[in-house]
Design a protein around this ligand. Sequence first.
Ligand SMILES: *Cc1c(COP(=O)(O)O)cnc(C)c1O
Length: 378
Amino acid sequence: MGEPIHVPLLDLGAQNQPLDAELKAAFARLLESSQFILGPEVTRFEERAAECFGVRHAIGVSSGTDALLLSLMTLGIGPGDEVLCPSFTFFATAGAIARTGATPVFVDSLDADFCIDPADAERRMTGNTKAIIPVHLFGQAADMDGVQRLAKAHGLAVLEDAAQSMGATHGGQQVGMMGGLGAFSFFPSKNLGGFGDGGMITTDDDALAKRVRILRVHGGAPKYYHKAIGGNFRMDPLHAALLGVKLDHFPGYLAKRRANAAQYLERLAQCAHVAEGRLVLPSEVNGRGHTWNQFTLRVANGRRDDLQAHLAANDIGSAIYYPVPLHRQECFAHLPSFGESLPVCEKMAGEVLSIPVYPEMSEAQLGHVADTLVNAPL
Ligand SMILES: *Cc1c(COP(=O)(O)O)cnc(C)c1O
């Protein structure tokens, strides 16, 4: 046997180290400029991002969470309104809805893609439903045909939570560019990982973009004259300058994630755990370009936590995204959905385990994870 192999869940150093000189140059440029709030660095990043994703407007903001909140504020969502969202997602999706004073209405997910079930969403519509937030979870687009059909039929606004799925496609279209507004995150673990908190809102609608930009800076238009209440949702120019360096490498990161996922699928498809149903592999739905922000297994025999311990014993990082669906969170105990059953997402919460799939994994590291899974005592 060779040296023990360590595989962290994510290795930011391995991604950023090769860019060391370029990142330091960007930092020096920013320091020299003394332009620390908005300005040309943010504008240039926004223009390049818009071009890169083929959208009219890309607007840099302070985080993915703020991208969601600012989008909902831009849509005029507030008290008395209901917003459909999946229960099986990161907390920010529903937290942003609740912070506007509106009510999150939790929807079950689909086994096939971990994302919102449009048929279940339709069952939960009321006269107060104003918007729907499909979350493109783990790097793959949600069923946007179903979401768009529902939205068109009932006049709902669509806000795509694309925080985990920058670069993913649906029927050849980029996610975040299919509804009214798209929300992205540059949290370090996302597909385009930044250097602190940051996010982006995308839209093809000029009027919405204008409103986003006004509310991003307290809602004053012109400055100090307020018809609306916004906030401080600005992206830092330092962050824009550093992210600009990584934007050039983004297609390469995605290609590596896809290659890693393809290797896992190939190596694991034939193993007994999969053949006999103890392990369920994630899959790319036809017509959707998966970006594999997470490679999420399902452990179907109740032994998920044992598998996680077995991976840890072999020096392999893993994580449970997410252990508690949002309709079961204490902060939402006052909502009728707290007592309801959303069977698919409850089952997922008990079965999911995400394993390393980051772009910089070596052959040896990927092989070690695959072998450890194949030989796991399940
Ligand atoms: C990361 C994430 C967010 C929030 O992004 P931040 O930049 O961390 O605020 C929102 N929704 C989903 C689905 C996420 O994964």
